[in-house]
Design a binder for this molecule. Structure first.
Ligand SMILES: NC(=O)c1ccc[n+]([C@@H]2O[C@H](COP(=O)([O-])OP(=O)(O)OC[C@H]3O[C@@H](n4cnc5c(N)ncnc54)[C@H](OP(=O)(O)O)[C@@H]3O)[C@@H](O)[C@H]2O)c1
Length: 243
């Protein structure tokens, strides 16, 4: 039975966790404070789900969550990193705390967990012994939009970390990312604004959760791809400028 460590299970991470559980995986899911998705998964899948509360802004929490997941699940085959604040930080009001608030759980935690989980993955059998999948953002390396500097700089570092770790952890651990476009409306964005974002995609529809789940499964099976950042965004990146 395969085992995954998944950070950030509030929404998209919940659907991915559920799908992996339906496919027979065991999952260790990391949340910061909102436990409801973990309870829902446990109701449906029982002790194949382990929930861990952790503030991934703290470097040392990376080691703790890896050790707990390995001890409870008996090892780990995949690390999926979705944890991510998404707060507007207009430049004139930007403070160090807001940079840390985004950078640490998004980029630093990927390294902190990644370096701890890698030696455990090396204990797995086969040529491919483990896989990482990070969740980035379509706009990061193309056209970042205004007022989200702390978020985009953190996601940019995450995209770089995918390439860095792909090289460091080869040949036995594969490291890839999905750079998502508009998928689920952030709670603090009004419906009409969200619709505007969707209308800017050539496909005029949000990214479907089913596609996110299918692409994640693909990246958990692929044997010949590493260091790749796949854009899944209803074509948003070819549509041109953001505001
Ligand atoms: N939704 C979209 O349309 C969209 C678009 C582009 C990219 N993405 C990316 O896709 C991923 C999932 O998106 P989503 O919309 O499902 O995210 P979400 O619902 O906002 O969930 C974010 C998760 O990050 C966790 N988190 C935040 N700070 C943390 C910290 N310091 N320590 C530990 N966990 C922390 C939260 O934990 P709690 O729930 O416990 O607070 C939550 O589970 C994210 O990486 C996001 O950037 C999403």
């Amino acid at each position: 039975m395969k085992r995954a460590l998944i950070t950030g299970v509030r929404r998209i991470g919940y659907h991915i966790s559920r799908s992996l559980l339906e496919s027979g995986w065991r999952v260790g899911v990391v949340y910061k404070g909102f436990r409801e998705p973990v309870e829902k998964l446990r109701e449906e899948f029982g002790n194949r789900v382990v929930g861990l509360a952790a503030d991934l802004s703290l470097w040392e929490e990376g080691k703790r969550v890896v050790e707990e997941v390995v001890s409870l699940l008996g090892g780990v085959d995949a690390f999926l990193h979705l944890s991510s604040p998404y707060e507007a930080t207009p430049l004139e009001l930007l403070r160090e705390e807001q940079v840390d608030l985004h950078f640490k759980p998004i980029a630093q935690a990927f390294l902190a967990i990644g370096k701890e989980v890698y030696p455990y993955m090396l204990q797995n059998s086969g040529s491919v012994k483990g896989r990482f999948v990070a969740f980035g953002d379509w706009a990061t390396n193309t056209t970042p939009y205004r007022n989200y500097s702390a978020y985009f700089i953190a996601k940019g570092a995450l995209h770089t970390a995918v390439k860095v770790l792909a090289k460091e952890l080869a040949p036995h651990v594969l490291v890839n990312a999905i750079a998502l476009g508009p998928t689920l409306k952030p709670p603090d964005i009004p419906e009409n604004k969200w619709q505007e974002y969707i209308n800017k995609t050539p496909l005029k529809r949000p990214v479907s959760i089913q596609d996110v789940v299918k692409l994640t499964h693909y990246l958990l099976e692929v044997e010949s791809m590493t260091g790749e950042i796949i854009t899944l965004d209803s074509g948003r990146h070819v549509a041109g400028e953001c505001t």
